[in-house]
Design a binder for this molecule. Structure first.
Ligand SMILES: NC(=O)c1ccc[n+]([C@@H]2O[C@H](COP(=O)([O-])OP(=O)(O)OC[C@H]3O[C@@H](n4cnc5c(N)ncnc54)[C@H](OP(=O)(O)O)[C@@H]3O)[C@@H](O)[C@H]2O)c1
Length: 218
């Protein structure tokens, strides 16, 4: 199904050594050990501060990229590990994501998992749907739900890697942060992005991150 919509990755932070999350993700370390530092550049922006009820925040390149990630998005796709720290069969329906009662998505969010559960309606327009029949099914459902707007692929690493290998990502914005993680979830390891048709189409540096946008053939 081609509805002419784009599948976009924004503000995906990686370390200099290529990791999108540190090792040992758990409740205390949502981004793995050391991984939270990947997002320091974004936390400081005006867009992030406003989204979380704050005032102030920096404008400039980092803020421009953060804001761009929310423009014209009608649905999100994320992986089950990005949704939370629970692994394996859900023990109950208690876990509803990291983001509180009013998550910052405000659209349907399709969560890839091998362990389906009923959809969860949150405040502010976010509805989590659990998709157990693969990346193409999730994309088809997100496309329909997006109602003419684009789809944002939030992460994490395993989820982006699958869509990348299927050449389904139209635009992939990486924020390369000045930090080494040493281990964790590597974004591009073993993937030949050139063969898949991707190339760098934009790059800008701020004091906190180097922003690179990759685009596919489409
Ligand atoms: N650096 C950044 O900007 C950024 C952005 C977002 C997230 N993150 C971080 O990335 C980490 C998560 O990444 P991750 O690579 O560990 O995992 P992930 O991509 O979030 O989720 C992977 C899990 O999703 C389910 N899944 C994925 N593809 C599937 C498919 N085709 N069919 C069925 N289920 C599928 C599987 O879970 P089950 O088999 O258990 O159901 C799989 O183990 C977290 O630490 C998160 O905070 C970083």
């Amino acid at each position: 199904m081609d509805w002419g919509l784009k599948l976009r990755v924004h503000s995906f932070a990686i370390s200099v050594d290529g990791y999108g999350a540190g090792p040992n993700q758990d409740l205390a370390n949502p981004l793995g050990v050391g991984g939270m530092a990947l997002h320091q550049w974004a936390f400081a922006t005006r867009t992030f501060q406003r989204m979380h009820g704050g005032e102030g925040g920096a404008t400039g390149v980092d803020d421009d990229f953060t804001r761009r990630g929310f423009a014209d998005i009608g649905a999100w796709i994320i992986g089950r590990n990005m949704f939370g720290p629970v692994r394996g069969p859900w023990p109950d329906d208690a876990w509803k994501g990291w983001w509180g009662d009013n998550p910052p998505y405000h659209t349907p969010v399709f969560v890839l998992t091998h362990h389906p559960r009923p959809s969860i309606v949150m405040q502010g327009g976010t509805v989590f749907h659990f998709v157990a029949d693969g990346i193409h099914a999730a994309l088809a459902r997100a496309t329909e739900a997006a109602n003419g707007r684009d789809i944002r692929l939030g992460g994490g690493v395993a989820t982006i890697r699958q869509y990348l290998c299927a050449s389904l990502i139209d635009e992939l914005h990486l924020a390369i942060t000045p930090l080494l993680l040493g281990s964790g979830e590597h974004l591009l390891g073993g993937i030949d992005a050139v063969k898949l048709g991707y190339q760098c189409s934009e790059h800008f540096a701020s004091g906190n991150a180097t922003h690179v946008v990759l685009r596919g053939r489409g």
